[in-house]
Design a protein around this ligand. Structure first.
Ligand code: A2P
Length: 317
């Protein structure tokens, strides 16, 4: 495997360009996926409280970190997790992080993100609902949640803090109110949703973007039914053929060359290895532009939040 690329965060830490996505990786499958990934050379894992699989991931981390022969130490792996929307009140933030740390068997995460700019009622349910089936929203200012994120960062439980699914307008709000600029904004990003404006805004503020659903998230239960396939797109396939690589590898490489880290999800051993094997070729400027030219501003994930978290997308140029 050729040398992996890393990007520098505004904390000074390095984030490996390619991380293993674990959203949708079922308990029962995720352990083997993480084991395969660490053996294949992945040093970046993307997790979240809401994925319901952190305990199983923690079991695999323990196997590796407890065994000097594994060659993988805690400090070698960049581990991200996310604050769920039912824990947005300031006193709940450390509670959610502590649950994650306990499940993963860690003393700190490398990066802790606000998962969504949405607040739902605290309780047992991940998605609490009203009697009419709508989601039980509560009003928690993002500024309050961000202040509590800064506190867990200061406490050393999160080496870096950031957000996910934030528009530039919402980033502006927390930059204004807080004393720490988010290190990362993790968003849906692929050639059908290139988010050029958000990328240049984030770059101008020193915020790194991480791409989720880079392969078009074909296994997602919340994927728009009529969304076209990225992996089967003719342009993507033709580009892949010209480098003797797969469509997935071209999509991962496109993300890396734009300066974003990227989280392909797989539970298949061959595909896990393949998705990291992207450091021995370089897409030409023309191929990069052609792939970006596929943009349709298409968000494939359509989660039925009561209020569209992307409605203010155009407020900051
Ligand atoms: P699997 O987990 O069986 O490999 P995304 O990262 O955009 O969410 O996409 C994940 C989907 O893409 C999953 O269905 C995953 O299936 C599939 N996938 C992952 N890697 C590859 C690959 N190299 N080639 C084809 N499909 C892939």
């Amino acid at each position: 495997m050729a040398n992996q690329v890393t990007f520098k965060l505004n904390t000074g830490a390095s984030i490996p360009a390619v991380g293993l996505g674990t959203w949708k990786s079922k308990p029962g499958e995720v352990a083997e996926a993480v084991r395969t990934a660490l053996k294949a050379g992945y040093r970046h894992l993307d997790c979240a409280y809401a994925y319901g699989n952190e305990k199983e991931i923690g079991g695999v981390l323990k196997e590796f970190f407890d065994d000097p022969a594994s060659g993988v130490k805690r400090s070698d792996v960049f581990i991200t997790s996310k604050l769920w929307t039912t824990f947005m009140e300031k006193e709940r933030v450390p509670e959610c992080l502590d649950k994650t740390l306990s499940n993963l068997g860690l003393e700190y995460v490398d990066l802790y993100l606000i998962h969504w700019p949405v607040s739902l009622a605290y309780g047992d349910a991940l998605i609490p609902t009203n009697p009419d089936g709508t989601r039980k929203v509560i009003d928690v200012p993002l500024e309050e949640t961000w202040a509590a994120m800064e506190a867990v960062h200061r406490a050393g439980k999160a080496k870096a803090i950031g957000v996910s699914n934030f528009t530039a307008a919402k980033l502006e709000r927390i930059i204004k109110s807080g004393s720490v600029v988010p290190a990362v904004n993790q968003v849906e990003l692929h050639p059908f949703l290139i988010q050029d404006r958000l990328l240049s805004y984030a770059t101008s503020k020193g915020i790194h973007l991480t791409a989720y659903s880079p392969l078009g998230t074909s296994d997602s239960p919340v994927r728009k039914k009529d969304a076209p396939s990225l992996l089967d797109n003719d342009q993507v396939k033709a580009t892949a053929a010209s480098y003797n690589k797969s469509s997935a590898q071209v999509l991962v490489r496109w993300a890396v060359q734009r300066g974003t880290s990227v989280l392909p999800k797989s539970v298949n051993p061959d595909r896990i290895k393949q998705n990291l094997d992207v450091f021995d070729f370089e897409l030409s400027a023309q191929h990069m532009a052609d792939l970006s030219g596929l943009n349709q501003n298409l968000r494939m994930s359509a989660i039925p939040w009561p209020k569209d978290p992307f409605a203010d997308d155009n407020e900051v140029a």
